[in-house]
Write a protein that binds this ligand. Structure first.
Ligand code: CMC
Length: 431
């Protein structure tokens, strides 16, 4: 917990209470209201948590006004350029960059857990072929609690560690199998001689009749997409994982809850929604029509891949993603990809429009990621599962941090009740 450096005074009617104020290592001060109800008999009201810190954390820091994202203090741009996903996983989980032997050991541990219990295949086969892969992932990850009993005891540090490694290792296998199932192809088993991203690409695109030789540039681009999605402090799905875990639920159940939350179009589902929107726009001449719709208060349409609760400046992940889109499309010889042209023109027109600049709406990570993923051969339905597999390490790091917090309490928000006050039951014949 941060040091208490100041106090805040809150006056309600004729009562004044003093509340401690914590100063973080970075970011705005935080007023500690935990004793407010006891002292003043009032709750605070903040649906959507726009002004509320739900926990203290040392993992990720975002300065939304400046467009800064740091993992354990390291800027995301530097990590995307110089590091790679499994090293970032280590950093998020353990707090420091690994030494060469620590990294080798970590990679070995992850690699040796990539296979799924064979009986889990039956779960996949129980789904309809046209199931969304996110539906399959929620089910299969939740079902891991029924298979890996030796890593569900959250009070055992060793079991927590094994669960963490298992989840990071098996998520690409699960996502790839969910994909293979929906397209009616046989599952492709992981191969431990491949790196994390290459293994995932191969499990998605190889078939028994023909192996898939992974292009190192595509593998690097995949790894970068994973890195850019690895963690993002207390977003909706991470908060869901923390809330689920606060009751003592097992790690697989908590991560399944996170996947369910991520699925929504305002969160991880935005990458799928964004590419579908770009395709629907189709040609640059139709952009003004869509911008007008996004500005129209009576139209629920929003520019997908635009805006963010925290970033009121460029999302630093979007900058790297845009560069990556250019590189990957050039490599694949599709630099004149019409969707990329629409995306670039839409970004330009939106940024020139005062509606978006006044509201500080900028492209977010999802604006360009779908274009890269589609160029790699993924259907839109796989975009959010890829986000989920990449974010798993963030969820787990936050889950572990919370379990190590001696002040952990079950999450239990209060409410502003606006319903009926107590009244007597009326018998049905008198209604
Ligand atoms: N297009 C048009 N108007 C928008 C957009 C948009 N994409 N985003 C926000 N606005 C407007 C909104 O109508 C509101 O206007 P007003 O103040 O006049 O009512 C104002 O901007 C503030 O919006 P808000 O909904 O109160 O902001 P929020 O912080 O609750 O929502 C958001 C953040 C990401 C849900 C929202 O910007 C959005 O729906 N964006 C599109 C979906 C998207 O791209 N999501 C991915 C987020 S990044 C990846 C991730 O975290 O999962």
């Amino acid at each position: 917990m941060a040091d208490e450096t100041k106090t805040a005074k809150l006056t309600i009617g004729d009562k004044t209470v003093e509340l401690p104020v914590f100063t973080p290592t970075a970011g705005p001060d935080v007023i500690d209201i935990r004793k407010l109800y006891g002292q003043a008999g009032v709750f605070t009201y903040d649906p959507g948590f726009t002004s509320t810190a739900s926990c203290d954390s040392t993992i990720t820091f975002i300065d939304g006004d400046e467009g800064v994202l740091l993992h354990r203090g390291y800027p995301i741009g530097e990590l995307a350029e110089k590091s790679h996903y499994l090293e970032v996983c280590y950093l998020l989980l353990y707090g420091e960059l690994p030494s060469p032997t620590e990294l080798e050991d970590f990679e070995d541990r992850v690699t040796n857990h990539t296979m799924l219990h064979e009986q889990m295949m039956n779960f996949f086969r129980g789904f309809r072929r046209d199931a969304h892969p996110m539906a399959v992932m929620v089910g299969v990850v939740g079902a891991m609690s029924a298979f890996y009993h030796d890593s569900t005891d959250i009070n055992d540090e060793w079991q927590r560690e094994v669960a963490s490694i298992r989840l990071i290792a098996k998520m690409p296998t699960i996502a790839a199998m969910a994909y293979k199932y929906t397209i009616g192809q046989p599952f492709v088993y992981p191969r431990n001689d491949l790196d994390y991203a290459s293994n995932f690409l191969r499990m998605c695109f190889a078939v028994p009749a023909e192996d898939y030789v992974v292009d190192p540039i595509l593998s690097r681009a995949m790894d970068r997409i994973f890195t850019l999605h690895a963690d993002h402090e207390q977003n909706a799905s991470t908060s869901t994982v923390r809330l689920a875990s606060s009751s003592g639920a097992n790690p697989f159940a908590c991560i399944a809850a996170g996947i369910a939350c991520l699925w929504g179009p305002a969160h991880g589902g935005a990458n799928q929604a964004c590419l579908e929107m770009l395709k629907e726009i189709g040609t640059p001449d139709r952009i003004p029509e869509y911008i007008a719709r996004a500005k129209d208060k009576d139209d629920p349409f929003r520019l997908m891949g635009f805006g963010h609760r925290v970033y009121k400046n460029f999302d630093p992940r979007a900058t790297v993603m845009k560069q990556s889109a250019d590189e990957v499309l050039e490599l694949l010889g599709v630099e004149n990809n019409p969707t990329l042209q629409v995306a670039k023109e839409l970004e330009k027109q939106a940024l020139e429009d005062p509606y978006f600049s006044d509201k500080k709406l900028f492209p977010n990570v999802d604006f360009y990621s779908g274009i890269i993923l589609e160029a790699m051969g993924f259907p839109t339905s796989m975009f959010t599962p890829i986000f989920a597999l990449a974010r798993t390490v963030g969820w787990i790091s936050q889950w572990k941090e919370q379990l190590n917090d001696p002040q952990l309490k079950i999450g239990r928000p209060r409410q502003l009740y606006l319903g009926e006050t107590q009244r007597s039951y009326t018998d049905i014949e008198n209604r």
